[in-house]
Design a binder for this molecule. Structure first.
Ligand code: GDP
Ligand code: MG
Length: 715
């Protein structure tokens, strides 16, 4: 049986030298069929293996820019060699790894020979071959091709790779938020159509479309329908990149690949003697920003400043928007005749949706800062620094991005966060990440904390938000650790993460990214939340009070009216008290009221009354609904003419609420079951068993912690 070994590498990396040394005299030189690129082939015997060796033309990349690159790539794809030996000039590791990464993205069975080790030693550098092998997940061997040093080891590794028929999954690098999303979509389309007969890995094809690879684009025309769809996706995302980053997808891809390599080589895989060290600007900035000691401290300061600024800047617009909705509610109430319609409009829609929309100014500002962190490249550094901490808890460096996206910095969302766990290669680390990411402070929970800090901790909004966010992290990490040391125990896998170069964000890009996020939030308020608010309003309104109770209140009212009052104010007070009792009873009699009341014996332990229960149940549908249904529950329950429409004031003055209830409530909202959409996402990424587990686990944990807070606080 004959097997094939392909040699690949940059020009002048020593391929031919190695090739000659491997094949001795058993070689011949020809041309590739139809083209004049030199083809060297030879034979090599390793024990019982007869190996056909091909020395591919030297290339820097596998994009079909040159004929050499095309030849090299087609050999990998069409001939499917049993092993691919990448020959690297070890004294120029970054550049050589750029090619290796692309071989890995193609899923070829690669091995790496670090050639020119004599040069490396002469320059006073050292390379930690074992570490490199571990982070790459490939065998890596030292070599001096000119003298043959290291050749034996290479022969052994080739032998064992071919004998064991190693299969390599195509490497998956994250190319940043925008491109990843496009790649995911393209991957689905390609897989479903088994585009180009499934010869190429789907994600790789997507990348080639993004890179405008001429050969692949020509091949793709065989399936005009899929081709057109892919082109359209590329057109859109390219337009987006141009607008936001002022970059073409191609250069963005190259940036991320180099970023991936930079991070591979961090932490002392390569050490240079001091006079040899050279740094570019990004390296210089990173010396400070990712410094072992200063880095984490600066990260803390930067995030904290972001909170403070958000609140300082957001205070005025927040008040204005709140006042506007308060005014709108009162006006509608005054204009419309009392009745079901007015109640639907004011209690259901204006209070509900308005409660959510009032937070738009703050959320806009927060999203703006988030976009700065992301577009500048600093967010990737945060992930890089946090990796060291993550390992302790059984998570992976690749868990950091899903965490940050889920709300590690407030304003995220667990749905894309859970989707981002696809970069995790180890299934156990993925499960742990998916299950714990929903604990973070997502954009839908933010309004709840804003509301409660306005009500109970005025003037410390920023610190409340900061500590709640931190609490989300702590619980996520601790439960990850708990899960990873019990039901999903297993090995940790090595970490590699992209560190793109620092870039000055463009204002246009920041505004666009901010607007995209904010628009999603507003759209949700206008659709899902509007629907849930109306449903909840109905559940809080029907069934209506029975005839007999209505009559009771009517006659009571008549009694008050008939009485001789010395003072008009006393009469008004009596009437409004009666009105309050009636609304209270109406709400309690409604479907939602009955459910909330039924749960009260248990929820009391954590300090929640039946109206709070209604809001929490609504929150299962979408967390934003917690605020809106609190608004609805409290405006239905009380009609006090002297009180302004502000929900935070209502809560502050409500006898059922105090600081301990507020804290317990915040803990519960932060931690309890993920929203419905996130649960569906968990089921999609893992399965329904884990999705169910997450609902139960999170709710039980949340209730335990809330009960502890409330009980200890009110002792
Ligand atoms: P190719 O372009 O990849 O085929 O590279 P070649 O095999 O032609 O080698 C390019 C140059 O590097 C030649 O001058 C080789 O003698 C030299 N070379 C190859 N291997 C080594 C090595 O391990 N150490 C040193 N110092 N030089 C090497
Ligand atoms: Mg050569």
């Amino acid at each position: 049986m004959s097997t094939t070994l392909a040699l690949m590498g940059n020009p002048n990396s020593g391929k031919t030298t190695l090739f000659n040394s491997l094949t001795g005299s058993r070689q011949h030189v020809g041309n590739y069929p139809g083209i004049t690129v030199e083809k060297r082939e030879g034979r090599l015997q390793i024990n019982d293996l007869d190996v056909h060796v091909i020395d591919l033309p030297g290339t820097y990349s596998l994009t079909a820019y040159t004929q050499d690159e095309l030849v090299a790539r087609n050999v990998l794809v069409n001939d499917q060699p049993d092993a691919v030996l990448a020959v690297l000039d070890a004294s120029n590791l970054e550049r050589s790894l750029y090619l290796v990464v692309q071989i890995m993205e193609l899923g070829s069975p690669a091995l790496v020979a670090l050639n020119m080790m004599d040069e490396v030693r002469r320059k006073g550098m050292t390379i930690d071959t074992n570490r490199l092998s571990k982070v790459l997940g490939l065998p890596v061997m030292d070599l001096v091709a000119r003298t043959g040093e290291g050749k034996e080891r290479i022969l052994e590794e080739i032998y064992s790779a071919i004998k064991n028929k190693v299969e390599r999954k195509p490497l998956r690098i994250s190319y940043g938020h925008d491109l990843d999303e496009a790649l995911d979509t393209m991957q689905t389309i390609i897989d479903e159509a088994s585009f180009l007969d499934g010869r190429y890995p789907a994600r790789w094809l997507g990348l080639k479309y993004l890179e405008n690879d001429e050969e692949i684009l020509t091949l793709g025309q065989a399936n005009p329908e899929v081709h057109a769809r892919l082109r359209e996706i590329v057109r859109q995302v390219a337009e987006h990149c141009r607008q936001t980053l002022n970059m073409e997808p191609e250069s963005l891809i190259a940036d991320y690949r180099y970023g991936f390599i930079t991070s591979l080589l961090k932490d002392g895989i390569v050490t240079r003697s001091s006079q040899q060290a050279r740094y570019d600007l990004t390296d210089k900035i990173d010396l400070v920003l990712t410094n072992r000691l200063a880095g984490p401290i600066l990260m803390f300061v930067i995030v904290y400043l972001m909170f403070v600024l958000t609140f300082v800047l957001g205070d005025i617009p927040l008040g204005l928007v709140e006042d506007f909705f308060g005014w709108l509610g009162e006006t509608v109430e005054a204009v419309l005749p009392e009745g079901l319609f007015s109640s639907l409009l004011v209690s259901g829609i204006i209070d509900g949706v308005g409660g959510v929309l009032s937070f738009t100014p703050l959320i806009l500002i927060m999203f703006f800062f988030l976009s700065i962190l992301e577009d500048s490249g600093y967010m990737a550094r945060m992930a890089y620094m946090l990796d060291r901490v993550f390992r302790i808890f059984g998570l992976h460096g690749c868990s950091v991005m899903p965490f940050i996206m889920s709300g590690g910095i407030p304003g995220g969302c667990a749905v894309p966060g859970i989707m981002a766990t696809r970069t995790l290669r180890s299934p156990k680390e993925k499960i742990a990440t998916v299950l714990t990411a929903p604990f973070l402070n997502c954009g839908a929970k933010v309004p709840v904390f804003l509301l409660l800090s306005a009500a109970f901790f005025p003037d410390s909004g920023a610190s409340v938000m900061f500590w709640v966010t931190l609490a989300g992290w702590v619980v996520a990490m601790l439960s990850a650790w708990l899960l990873r040391s019990t039901i999903i125990r297993g090995e940790a896998t090595p970490f590699v993460m992209e560190l793109p170069p620092y870039r000055l964000p463009t204002l246009r890009g920041l505004l666009l990214h901010t607007w995209e996020r904010a628009w999603q939030y507003i759209k949700k308020a206008g659709t899902v939340i509007l629907a849930v608010s109306v449903l909840l309003w109905a559940a809080m309104t029907f069934p209506e009070l029975p005839e007999e109770r209505e009559n009771h209140y009517a006659s009571q009212e008549a009694v008050i009216e008939a009485q001789a009052w010395d003072n008009e104010d006393d009469k008004d007070l009596a009437l409004s008290n009666l009105e309050n009792d009636k609304s209270q009873e109406t709400l309690q009699y409604s479907l939602a009221g009955k459910v909330g009341t039924a749960l009260e014996p248990v929820s009391r332990l954590a300090g929640f009354d039946w109206r709070t229960n209604i809001a929490l149940i609504g929150g299962f549908a979408a967390k934003e609904v917690v605020v809106s249904s609190l608004g609805t529950a409290y405006s239905l329950g009380e009609v006090d003419p002297d009180e302004s429409g502000k929900l935070s004031e209502r809560l502050r003055n409500d006898p059922h609420w105090n600081i301990w209830v507020a804290l317990s409530f915040m803990a519960f909202v932060l931690l309890y079951a993920p929203c419905f959409v996130a649960v569906v996402m968990i089921a999609k990424e893992l399965n329904w068993k884990w999705a169910t587990f997450s609902v139960i686990f999170n709710t039980v944990l949340a209730f335990g912690i809330s009960t502890a807070i409330y009980q200890i606080g009110t002792l």
